[in-house]
Structures are given as C-alpha cells and as structure tokens.
Design a protein around this ligand. Sequence first.
Ligand code: NAD
Length: 300
Amino acid sequence: MSSTVAFIGLGHMGGPMAANLVKAGYRVLGFDLVPELLARACATGVEPAASAALAAAEAEVVITMLPAGRHVLSLYREDGLLSAARPGTLFVDCSTIDVADARAAHEAAVAAGHRSLDAPVSGGVVGARAASLTFMAGGGAAEFAAAEPLLSVMGKKAVHCGAAGAGQAAKICNNMILAVSMIGVSEAFVLAESLGLDHQALYDVASTASGQCWALTVNCPVPGPVPASPANRDYRPGFAAPLMAKDLGLAANALRAGGVDAPLGLKAAEMYAAFAEGEGSALDFSAIVRTLRPRNGTTA
Ligand code: NAD
C-alpha cells in the first residue's frame, strides 16, 4: 500500500474518511483551513501539515474533499499543490464538483506530470464514518486500480465509471433521478391525502408495485410507513436539502452545457434551490413534501 497520503479538507466528510485511512495503517498528513478541524483530525491519528502543498510534497497520494470546483482548482493551480508534489503523484478528488471543473483538474494534474482520478461519493456523513461510502470514479484504469485499496478502506463499493469526469457525471445523474423521484413520491402522497387514501395503504401498494423506488421505500417522505426515514424525526437529515440543491445545480449546469432537454431535472433543481434557501435549509431533502401541500390546498 502507499504509505503516505495527503488529505486536504477535513470537514464533515473528509475528517472521518481520513480517520479510516489512519485506522487501516496509512500515514495521513492532513490539512484544513480551519484549525479546529485539523486539531480534531489529529486526535484520530492524522499528522498535521503546515499547508496543503507541504502535505502533498511528502505523499504518494493526495486526496481532496472540498466544497466546490473552485476550491479544487485554486488549490491545484494557485496554491501550488501540483507543483509541490513529486512527479507521478496520484491526485484523487472526492469532492462533488462540476464535470467541467473535474476535467480541468484532471488536465492540470496530468500537465504537471501527475496521475488523476475524480472519485465523488455517496453515503453521506454516516457512510464516511462507517467506511460504507460508494465511490464513483473517472480516469484511467491504472489510476483507478492504484486508488482502489484506499477507496476500499473508506467505502464498501467503488465503480470505475469511465474517463476523466465520469465519476462526477454518474454522481449528478444519480442525484437527479433521486430528486425527481422524491418529488414524484411526495406529490403522490399529497394526491392520496386529497383523495382520502391512507399513507400506509398507498405505501403497501406502491412499495410492491411499479411505483417502487428508494425515495419511497428507504427515505419515505411521510411519517409512518418506513420507521427509519427522516420524516419520523421532524425531517432531521439524512441528506440535507442544501446538498441536494447543490448537486442539482451541477446537474442543471451540465444539462445546459450539453443542450439536453430535461424539464423534470431542471424543475427539480429550481424547486430544491428555493427550498434549500428557505424552510428546507436545515432539513432532509424529503421535507420537500411540505412545500407541495399548501400549493395544492390540502393538509396532511
Ligand atoms: P465541509 O464544508 O464540511 O468540508 C469541506 C472542508 O474543506 C472544510 O472544512 C473547509 O475548511 C475545507 N477547505 C476549503 N478550502 C480549503 C483549502 N483551500 N485548503 C484546505 N481546506 C479547505 O463539506 P463536506 O460536507 O465534508 O463535503 C465535502 C464534499 O463532499 C462536498 O463537495 C460535498 O458536496 C460532498 N459530499 C458531501 C456529503 C455530505 O453528506 N456532507 C455527501 C456526499 C458528498
């Protein structure tokens, strides 16, 4: 195994992911702009680096887990991450970022003499802690093979989706399906309410019929039928609405850039952007059901 990993971005996701690498025996040099987060990571065995570039200079693999594409690109270019690393270093970006930014990051890494993989995740903070994340990777087969031992320490599944940017593409396509299906399931429950049809009765039929989907059977947007769903705990996330809004914003960018006509995906992006800025700012994404009721003039 690669002995030294630089881990940049030790927030909600990066902190526990870095801790899992330490547990598996990797030497992890960590850096975050927020000193408290770096200190918290050090308590799990991560070694502090004075800067991202200094961590990269000592590592065989550099993992980034940052908010958005601009953070990744500015670290790679302006903050000297690429120029500080030894030639042939493997850069693995696990952040969820724009497909175009992911491709630009790959190009910059390769132009600087390095290897590169985009490997965004699904599974949230719970998955990051439990090392049960799913990774969706884009890049060369050799790069994927080189990263796989680390990904298997931080997650339970890693899928090689194709060339540079394919991991990000898979992530936003999957989340667009999820958003559209959550809105569809929510609208069906609201229609059921207006028709006097019991939530449980609709669930019992749809969960074993052609309406079956993850938004219904795992993250059911109304309380009752699925006891573990966030609806049963006042919609505490779960998968927070602002994160869904972010991912749909990336999907909407890609739809427009590719001239793809996807009215439901674009509408879902619009609905989640408004919800995340308003009452959904701290709620699970399934709470979107609440916004559908007043508009339809019905109550639960
Ligand atoms: P977060 O904001 O908790 O963590 C990001 C960290 O990056 C912060 O601690 C920040 O200080 C640090 N950072 C920013 N710029 C930096 C720089 N130049 N150098 C060093 N550190 C820097 O975010 P998160 O929830 O951990 O999410 C990280 C990424 O994972 C995002 O792209 C997000 O979309 C994606 N993601 C999050 C979840 C989730 O449930 N939180 C799930 C799947 C994917």
